[in-house]
Design a protein. Structure first.
Length: 232
């Protein structure tokens, strides 16, 4: 009787296991995540470039207008820029600068009545030419509303009708994927918001106690109201 080759069996099992591996998992094993890290690197490079490009007198004028606002501070935009604009209003409101958001498409449907002389409106637009925002800005300015904008192109209509603007223009090598999916531009808009919020907190000497009064909920609220950490 011929002997059975015991060593061949594990090899057959191994072969069967490889055949039973789902194609999705085989694909995942071969993915190198190159685009993931390319995107992270691009965002970091763009952030550094923005910090080096911004001029003190430009951002100072921008923040001065917000600080001296004697009326209502409004933020506005459409699409991803609109989402960023809404975040600016909520962050400012919780840190001592009351503000609210108006969707860019709603201005011509009655919301122009929300603004009056002495108010400040901050528009967000990557192109700087978003039709609804440009239309609203021009009408609001005629009513005595101060217009600010955070834009990706200084050669734009919003730049022309703004009392002050901050431009985060992307270098050509940092262009966004598949023709302009909002990625790096959103990061830079958020950077501008964070900088404005931090500057106003410092100017107004807004305290932790005041912040806690505005933000008593959630884990952050618990942390703000929690006494000094207990020692063991």
């Amino acid at each position: 009787m011929p002997k059975v080759n015991d060593t061949a069996l594990p090899m057959e099992d191994s072969h069967i296991e490889k055949q039973n591996v789902h194609p999705v998992f085989m694909h995942q094993q071969s993915v190198c995540m190159e685009e993931f890290f390319v995107s992270v690197k691009k965002d970091a490079e763009a952030a550094i470039a923005l910090a080096e490009r911004l001029k003190t007198d430009v951002v100072k004028n921008f923040v001065n207008i917000i600080e001296k606002c004697g009326g209502t501070l409004i933020t506005s935009g459409i699409g991803k820029s609109g989402i960023v604009a809404e975040r600016m209003s909520t962050s400012l409101s919780s840190t001592g600068t009351p503000a609210h958001y108006v969707h860019g498409a709603e201005w011509t449907h009655g919301d122009l009545g929300k603004a009056r002389r002495g108010d400040v409106c901050v528009f967000f637009s990557h192109s700087g030419n978003t039709r609804e925002c440009v239309f609203a800005a021009s009408h609001l300015r005629q009513r005595g509303v101060h217009i600010l904008s955070v834009i990706g192109h200084d050669n734009s209509k919003l730049a022309e009708c703004s009392d002050a603007y901050i431009c985060y223009k992307l270098d050509h090598e940092l262009t966004e994927p598949i023709g302009g999916v909002p990625t790096t531009s959103v990061i830079l808009q958020e950077m501008v918001i964070n900088a404005v919020v931090c500057e106003l907190i410092a100017r107004k000497r807004f305290t932790k106690i005041e912040f806690a009064r505005n933000h008593p909920g959630g884990s952050l609220g618990l942390k703000l109201f929690d006494p000094a950490p207990k020692t063991q």
